[in-house]
Design a binder for this molecule. Structure first.
Ligand code: SF4
Length: 297
């Protein structure tokens, strides 16, 4: 969140954080240096780079090698290690590249705009400030369909995305504002599953003015609260999302991790009559880092 003259400027990814955990959004403003790429996000960045070259006219056959060469460069920079198996990374990136070329690319209408930066008024006024949103769309095709490339551990649950994706709502609102499409508009996720065997998903969402109005209604009170609170005091903390963990929250050690030890998170022995199955959350999504190396959409 930046304040410039009479405008509050927010990134789409920050709005996402704000809704999921306001405290995480506060940390991103107050301690931006603690936020950085991880092994998972640099894989995503390398795949995005390969896709950009293909959409710019490079031979799709070369995509895996382009991706791997870029990944080697990114790997040499500082990044956080999560739970990915480094021995599988190369084959997984080959698999994801192949998934894009064989399963997603044939469904992409070429000739659109790659990595399109945008900035537009969200339609919210807080106090004396107009709230604007900025970001970068991965691709918008000549017909106005917006695409976002994702690398993920498994396919998306699209019903949840249709209901909750802030990214789809913001990007579509931006495209409508810029006259590149009109409501009802289509937003597509091109998901490449992080595995050796190529597996892709094309998830189609639709967006209308009602989604934009819900976003405006949703975001306004949190921006109001943020302005009143400032960034020196703690904001509300939501530790119920899958992002709230040592692996996925850059601020864990300053927040929940400062209170709860690993022992406090470990499950005691369960009675033998119970079968405990570890629930896998559907909400951890690895986006590519933005140009500063932090996650965005
Ligand atoms: S550790 Fe959890 S509660 Fe704290 S900022 Fe991160 S996501 Fe939010």
């Amino acid at each position: 969140m930046k304040i410039k003259d009479q405008t509050i400027l927010v990134r789409q990814s920050w709005l996402n954080d704000l809704i999921i955990c306001p405290e995480r959004a506060r940390f991103k403003v107050a301690k931006p240096d603690m936020s950085g790429p991880s092994d998972a996000t640099i894989m995503g960045t390398a795949i995005h780079y390969g896709i950009e070259t293909v959409l710019a006219g490079a031979n799709p056959i070369d995509m895996p090698e382009t991706v791997l060469a870029h990944w080697e460069e990114l790997k040499a920079q500082p990044h956080k290690v999560t739970n990915l198996d480094p021995d599988k990374a190369v084959e997984q990136m080959r698999g994801m590249s192949q998934a894009f070329v064989e399963q997603i690319l044939p469904n992409v209408k070429l000739g659109g705009q790659v990595e399109m930066r945008f900035s537009f008024p969200l339609g919210i006024t807080v106090g004396d400030y107009d709230v604007w949103c900025e970001g970068t769309m991965d691709y918008i095709d000549p017909d106005g369909t917006i695409w976002d490339w994702k690398t993920a551990s498994r396919p998306y649950y699209m019903k949840e995305k249709q209901s909750q994706s802030i990214q789809a709502t913001v990007y579509t609102a931006a495209a409508v504002h810029l006259g590149l499409t009109s409501y009802p508009a289509e937003f597509r996720y091109g998901v490449m599953v992080r595995q050796e065997k190529p597996k892709a998903q094309i998830g189609v969402l639709h967006r209308t003015m009602e989604h934009q109005q819900w976003l405006m209604h949703n975001v306004k009170p949190v921006i109001q609260t943020a302005l009143v609170m400032g960034t020196d005091r703690n904001w509300l903390m939501n530790d119920t999302s899958a992002l709230c963990s040592e692996k996925w929250c850059d601020y864990w050690t300053l927040c929940k991790g400062a209170f709860i030890s690993p022992n406090g998170l470990s499950l005691p022995l369960q009675p033998t009559t119970m079968t405990v199955t570890e629930l896998v959350s559907d909400t951890v999504v690895v986006n590519k880092p933005n140009r500063k190396g932090t996650e965005n959409g």
